[in-house]
Write a protein that binds this ligand. Structure first.
Ligand SMILES: *Cc1c(COP(=O)(O)O)cnc(C)c1O
Length: 400
């Protein structure tokens, strides 16, 4: 066969149509579920909300679920329920979407960044320990790519120091840690139902917890701090219309259309999970043969449904950098992404005087990564196209 010429150098692309890094999968049952709600009496605050919350408890084993408008709102509500406020610090990872740190800022607290484990890319419990101080109130740990963080180690650190462990599980739905679904283990776990995530509602989020106390607080924050629960009122109900605002909350509610869509999508979670695992296995098998590529390490405790597949380049083995590799893939019609730019690199964080260099492993990772297409509806042909494109570019630009 010889060495094929990459499309960036004038060769033939591996495919004619563009393949994107993520895409939702919506079937007729999903569409019907939404239509049924539209024909019903309730578009919001209706029966689909409780139904979804019950289903999320079944799927995760958590005692309580509170669904909300998106994953960012879920993180904000979790931070509020944890009692985070001005002067507090919250330890999190920089290799995540900005919301994992912004949620601390919403509460007037300061995010503190801990470094990652070199080979799993998840937050390193040792680094978390080192960055805990007098003001630390909580840890927001992100199950990056869908692989569970080291929950036992993180819980041990949090218990010892009296901190709340919030798991940003935007990537983790479908994953199990030591045989238990993520969502039932940390003090609170948040989910996102954005269309690139494994299960979607268009937009949507949830907080899962086993704590009755957090649960009651989350219900209040979701809806203006207003309650109809007599036990939570300061006065006595004056009649059937009566409710009280007992705290300051938001409108973070989800619509019944979203809830119905997510319920219908959750029916397909085992299928989604299975297909994602198959694709990851095929990628791992192919890329572990390429010296130019490092494969993400999997910890045995995590039975992972992967949301993202990260291609990590080995710079010493390549004549080109990440940008050139990314562009070469695009020329092959493999349209990738990068997850993530370290949060504190953003101008907003730089203005708050976060210095570069505070998380060297995370910063090195960022220079070397590309997120490859990974989603349920990818065909075997799509998967092989990605593998051929990566192998072609790695081979052409490889060095001994
Ligand atoms: C998507 C995502 C969020 C935010 O979720 P939204 O539903 O988009 O608000 C938070 N954290 C991580 C790690 C995410 O990937």
């Amino acid at each position: 066969m010889g060495i094929e010429k990459p499309a960036v150098c004038g060769g033939e692309p591996v495919r004619d149509t563009k393949l994107f890094y993520g895409h939702q999968y919506i079937d007729e049952a999903d569409i019907q579920a939404v239509v049924d709600v539209l024909k019903s009496d309730y578009l919001t605050c209706g029966p689909k909300i409780g139904e979804l919350e019950k289903k999320l408890c079944e799927v995760t084993g958590a005692r309580y679920a509170v669904v909300c408008s998106n994953g960012t709102a879920a993180l904000h509500m979790a931070c509020m329920a944890a009692g985070i406020g001005p002067g507090d610090e919250v330890v999190t990872t920089p290799i995540t979407f900005a919301a994992s740190a912004n949620c601390a800022l919403y509460c007037g607290a300061r995010p503190v960044f801990a470094d990652i484990c070199e080979d799993t890319y998840n937050i390193d419990p040792k680094s978390v320990s080192e960055r805990i101080g007098e003001k630390t109130k909580a840890v927001v740990a992100v199950d990056f790519t869908g692989q569970s963080v080291q929950l036992d180690e993180l819980l041990a650190v949090c218990r010892e120091k009296g901190l709340v462990l919030i798991e940003d599980g935007a990537h983790v739905i479908g994953t199990k840690y030591k045989g238990r679904p993520n969502g039932s283990i940390a003090d609170m776990t948040t989910f996102s139902f954005h269309p690139v995530k494994t299960v979607t509602g268009g937009e949507g989020g949830a907080v899962l917890t086993n704590s009755e106390d957090y649960y009651q607080k989350l219900l209040l924050y979701r809806s203006h701090g207003i309650t109809r629960n007599e036990d939570l009122m300061e006065g006595r109900p004056e009649g059937g219309w009566y409710y009280e605002q007992v705290g300051l909350g938001y409108n973070y509610r989800m619509t019944d259309m979203q809830a119905a869509l997510i319920i219908s999508q959750l029916d397909k979670l085992p299928l989604f999970s299975k297909r994602r695992k198959e694709i990851v296995e095929r990628y791992n098998e192919a890329f572990s043969r390429l010296p130019q590529i490092a494969v993400q390490k999997e910890i045995p405790e995590s039975d992972t449904t992967r949301h993202l597949y990260i291609l990590r380049l080995v710079p010493e083995k390549l004549k080109i950098g990440r940008k050139e590799f990314f562009d070469a893939l695009a020329a092959e019609n493999i349209c990738c992404n990068v997850h993530y730019i370290p949060t504190y690199y953003f101008p907003y964080y730089q203005k708050m005087r976060y210095r570069k260099g505070i998380c060297p492993k995370a910063e090195k990772l960022y220079e070397e990564i590309i997120s490859l297409p990974l989603y349920y509806a990818m065909t075997d042909r799509d998967v092989e196209d990605v593998i051929r494109a990566v192998a072609k570019i790695a081979g052409y630009y490889g060095r001994e």
